[in-house]
Design a protein around this ligand. Structure first.
Ligand SMILES: Cc1ncc(COP(=O)(O)O)c(C=O)c1O
Length: 451
């Protein structure tokens, strides 16, 4: 029997995050002020973020030291395990060797605490008492709620209405950690009220929830804002995943030919992939690096690479990214964490440079893959993570057909213990595979800012 689990000691938690900006062949386009269309400066962002995080957003050094208090919290679950999926390989009868990095061992059940803890720490250092944020599936909201509890910060979460209704236990988890969670669009903000006035039953979207959370932070001196994905500093914090995985693959005596992550805003994908891409950009082995997204919200595979707002009410700066348009409301499919109109600018830039590839899947295929994975490996993946599982399985089946061995590494970004309603609907054949609506998309893209 092959070794199954590759585990590093606590003292192997990375001491620095990896900043891909240092190795990019060309810099990612600047983020612009929505009024002047000039690059934003630190002062523009100061109402929303502490200066330490603004500094990380534009940092150019390759390594950014992880402060000891953050590493001490990481010790609660890091280094996370890397598994060889031998039982899945057997079930697929594939010559491929499949590995997965499992981020579901964190207290909140996903990779999101890697950045939530860092963001809560830097806010605490800056004397911030309150943080507002949005959440899709509830993974990010519960992660920030957990981090807020550790660092003594009040957390208010705007949760996308459809997930709020689908996932009452994620709400209860946030409450358990001491956060206040409201359904978005809400009556608590101007942007929420404006949307409800037009459509009282609005299912919400991450773009709307971001508008609400940003509005609260911009209006209150005691409150800052935190984002769970997309931004450079969030992707930076997630690189602990890939840095550990590089060491663990070496322990396993293998080297991945293909690295896969699901992509909503891009943070878990980047967390695993960027350290491997960095090796390549510094002259190392070329690998296939694949981001996998939902067919119902396909920003990387079908979106336009353009400057756009990060939110629906247009309160944020403009970022150049693959976008479906900031007013696009994706259909209510069951991977709430992947329902975002845009992609991280750094991930988008790498796609434009042809350093990464992207693929989109319908939700029934993803649940089928997740169930097959659970029956072989025991872990029930989050619906978001199932996108990576599906791609890994397809790559392993391609290897079988080609009669070739290949090494596949994917990120199992979270467990699905709070998502069993979605699995129940899958089993009862109720899940609908939706494509995004072409007409809605046209409309949303027509509203892109002229830059
Ligand atoms: C388990 C899980 N995986 C993936 C994602 C997608 O986010 P990102 O692309 O930033 O990793 C989410 C978002 O909520 C999530 O909860």
């Amino acid at each position: 029997m092959n070794a199954t689990r590759f585990v590093l000691d606590e003292d192997r938690i990375p001491k620095s995050w990896y900043n891909i900006a240092a190795d990019l062949p060309s810099p990612a386009p600047a983020v612009l002020h929505p009024g002047t269309h000039q690059p934003v400066g630190p002062d523009d962002l100061a109402p929303l973020f502490p200066m330490s995080l603004i500094g990380q957003e534009v940092a150019t050094e390759r390594e950014v030291e992880i402060p000891a208090p953050i590493r001490n919290v990481y010790r609660m679950w890091r280094p996370s395990p890397l598994y060889r999926a031998s039982r899945l390989e057997k079930a697929l009868d594939t010559p491929a060797r499949i590995y997965y990095k499992y981020e579901g061992v964190s207290p909140a059940g996903s990779h999101k605490p890697n950045t939530a803890v860092a963001q809560a720490f830097y806010n605490r250092e800056a004397g911030v008492q309150r943080i507002s944020t949005e959440t899709g599936a509830g993974q990010w909201g519960s992660s920030l709620a957990f981090a807020g509890a550790l660092f003594g910060i009040d957390v208010q979460v705007f949760m996308v209405r459809i997930s709020y209704d689908q996932k009452p236990y994620r709400r209860a988890l946030m409450q358990t950690y001491g956060a206040r969670c409201v359904a978005s669009p809400s009556e608590e903000t101007e942007s929420g009220r404006a949307i409800l006035a037009k459509r009282p039953e609005h299912p919400g979207s991450l773009g709307i929830a971001i508008s609400e959370a940003v509005e609260v932070a911009a209006k209150r001196d005691d409150t800052k804002y935190a984002l769970g994905s997309v931004l450079n500093h969030v992707l930076l914090h997630q690189t602990v995943i890939g840095l550990e995985a590089i060491d663990q693959m070496a322990m396993a005596g293998d080297d991945p030919d293909i690295v896969i992550g699901c992509a909503g805003g891009g943070s878990n994908f980047a967390g695993l992939a960027f350290p491997f891409i960095g090796l390549q950009l510094r002259g190392g082995k070329k690998r296939r690096i694949m981001a996998v997204e939902p067919a119902a919200c396909p920003s990387l595979t079908r979106g336009k690479y353009a400057y756009d707002f990060g939110d629906t009410a247009h309160l944020t700066p403009l970022a150049r990214m693959h976008t479906l348009g900031s007013t696009f409301t994706p259909p209510g499919f069951h991977a709430g964490g992947l329902r975002y109109h845009g992609m991280a600018p750094l991930v988008s830039h790498l796609k434009e440079l042809d350093i990464i590839e992207a693929r989109a899947y319908h939700q029934n295929r993803c649940f089928e893959a997740g169930v097959q994975f659970a029956r072989a490996e025991g872990i029930v993946p989050a619906p978001e993570s199932n996108h990576a599982v599906a791609a890994a399985i397809d790559e392993a089946l391609d290897a079988k057909q080609a009669g070739q061995s290949k090494v596949i590494l994917f990120n199992l970004s979270g467990h699905g213990h709070f998502d069993m309603q979605a699995y129940t609907e899958y089993f009862s054949g109720k899940l609908v595979d939706q494509d995004y609506d072409e007409a809605d998309l046209e409309l949303a893209l027509a509203g892109l800012p002229a830059v």
